[in-house]
Design a protein around this ligand. Structure first.
Ligand SMILES: NC(=O)C1=CN([C@@H]2O[C@H](COP(=O)(O)OP(=O)(O)OC[C@H]3O[C@@H](n4cnc5c(N)ncnc54)[C@H](O)[C@@H]3O)[C@@H](O)[C@H]2O)[C@H](O)CC1
Ligand SMILES: [K+]
Length: 512
């Protein structure tokens, strides 16, 4: 499912109407009908609705909804925020149909407040068709006043068409006032405001409805952003052939597990095994080797030089070349720690891994001292920062990151040529070519130490199985989020990272 900026939505609209020849009124009729269908699913018997229509096409959708509810036996009144002359062609046509059918249509220019407020207070449902993707800047009168009155009247149920009026559909900012909706029915595609804060908190539940826009339009004008769902990568999640063997599914090296942080590397390694990789080697500082070996049975353990400190040091083992040749993928970071010579160590690692390389946790903190280390990487490099690590990578603050997650991720991906998996309320996967995938299946259960280590292992496992990063990254993020939700027994508070690992199999099975 694609996610559009206002401009991308307009381009899709225009292509569908002007190139494919679909009448705009047909799209509007479909939009209104499907929005009405969503509403009638929630209200079995006829109710009383007030539809607030703008003079743009969002308003036109509103007139279609008004007429459809009226035909379904509802009591409907429509209030318009501007004059008929200002209406778009299609909107005017559907306005006229409402008039011809005898619907009560009133024009609000700010002076009939009492009447409008009474109407709103008597309504079971208010339909917000004032502004959609055409909003520009802070709300102007009388739209602002109408939005304020809706929020004051606190109606039982508010349906917003495409987006709640008062949110900036691209940035998610609030333009003065915004309608607090219970349900937002979005047309044809997701919009950024359905994901970004604070707008997403005004949307209520969001459902995307088809409006009869041919797939051809989306293929011809592909927006850069997709919302993660199995359709993007399910052909890589196939039942296993009986003739396969462990070699078929790759060998992953997990580097980390310094003194006191053994668990992070362990979680990563076990998550990888639960995600189907053939073999895992966990590389830990020499002093940790024995204790790691007691923790794992299914993974191999490789001790790195550590001068007895239990921490990594800048040197590589003498046999590293021979050993590295065995691994298809390396993930470095879970419990890696900080150590002297860390920068040279990371530089060497970037040089000697000629397969995909996943950098997480402290490997990212080491990298943030000099991003140019990535410039000569030929193979895929995937960075999996949480907001704090991202702030260090971009030399900013967590506030900068959270203000526009998708933009900072996109910029860093284009700057470094790496794939960025920016974890958080919704995880953004930004590819170096500018495309992005947003993942909404996060669950508060994952807001816990160790869940990042699990994701690193899942991602490394899919890459080691030969799944290209364009699919492996969204697949890992989606299944990790799903395993987090499946792991919730009693409440989000009490899910352990190891329980997420235990639920990876269920998540894969359910998605299969
Ligand atoms: N493919 C699709 O997504 C389809 C979308 N449809 C609907 O069309 C709207 C977008 O319509 P558009 O005419 O471009 O803009 P709006 O109706 O959202 O708003 C324009 C309208 O609002 C006034 N306005 C703009 N900014 C402000 C402001 N800050 N304060 C007050 N008034 C403002 C402007 O003057 C215009 O009058 C989309 O959201 C969908 O609902 C199609 O119906 C189907 C295909
Ligand atoms: K709206």
């Amino acid at each position: 499912m694609v996610l559009c900026t206002a401009q991308e939505a307009r381009d899709l609209d225009r292509y569908t109407i002007e190139v494919l020849g679909m009448p705009g009124a047909a799209l509007m009729e479909n939009a209104g009908q499907n929005a009405t269908r969503m509403l009638l699913k929630r209200f079995s018997e006829a109710k009383r609705a007030v539809v607030l229509s703008g003079t743009g096409n969002n308003g036109g959708d509103g007139f279609v909804v008004a007429r459809s509810l009226f035909s379904a036996g509802w009591k409907v009144s429509v209030w318009v925020s501007g004059q008929v002359e200002k209406m778009s062609l299609e909107t005017r046509a559907f306005y006229q149909v409402c008039r011809n059918m005898g619907l009560a249509v009133s024009f609000f220019d700010g002076d009939r407040k009492e009447e409008l407020l009474t109407d709103l207070q008597k309504a079971d449902v208010v339909v917000d068709a004032l502004l959609g993707t055409g909003v520009r800047g802070a709300l102007r009168e009388p739209v602002r006043c109408m939005v304020q009155m809706v929020n004051e009247a606190e109606p039982g149920f508010v349906l917003a068409l495409d987006a709640p009026t008062g949110v900036d559909t691209d940035t998610g900012a609030i333009l003065g006032e915004a309608i607090q909706a219970d349900l937002t029915v979005s047309f044809a595609t997701w919009k950024w405001c359905h994901y970004l804060l604070p707008a997403s908190e005004f949307c209520g539940e969001v459902r995307v409805v088809d409006i009869g826009m041919p797939e051809e339009a989306i293929h011809h004008q592909p927006p850069q952003t997709w919302v993660n769902d199995p359709s993007l990568w399910h052909d890589h999640l196939t039942p296993r052939s009986p003739w396969s063997h462990k070699g078929t599914y790759g060998h992953l090296l997990v580097l980390g597990g310094s003194k006191g942080m053994l668990g992070a590397a362990y979680l990563s390694g076990m998550a990888a095994l639960k995600s189907g990789v053939g073999m895992v080697t966990i590389g830990v500082p020499h002093g940790q080797e024995a204790s790691m070996a007691t923790k794992v049975t299914e993974a191999l353990v490789w001790g790195w030089p550590d001068e007895g400190s239990g921490l990594f040091i800048g040197d590589f083992p003498s046999d590293w070349e021979e050993r590295f040749s065995r691994f298809h993928v390396v993930t470095a970071g879970p419990g890696l720690g900080r150590f002297s010579g860390e920068k040279a160590w990371l530089e060497r690692l970037l040089h000697c891994t000629d397969g995909p390389l996943v950098l997480d946790a402290d490997a990212l903190n080491i990298l943030s001292s000099d991003l140019s280390m990535l410039q000569f990487r030929k193979k895929p490099t995937i960075l999996t920062p949480h907001p704090g690590e991202m702030a260090r990578l971009i030399g900013g603050t967590v506030k900068d990151v959270e203000a526009s997650r998708h933009r900072v991720a996109k910029e860093l991906a284009e700057k470094t040529g790496a794939t960025i998996v920016l974890k958080g309320s919704f995880t953004v996967i930004a590819f170096p070519d500018g495309r992005q995938v947003l993942n909404g299946t996060a669950s508060p259960a994952l807001a816990k130490a160790g869940s990042g280590d699990v994701l690193t292992g899942v991602l490394g496992a899919f890459l080691a199985q030969g799944i290209p990063v364009e699919s492996a990254a969204p697949m890992a993020v989606y299944l990790h989020g799903m395993a987090g939700r499946l792991a919730v027994r009693s409440s989000d508070y009490s899910v352990l990272a190891s329980e997420v690992i235990d639920n990876l199999g269920n998540a894969i099975h359910q998605t299969l």
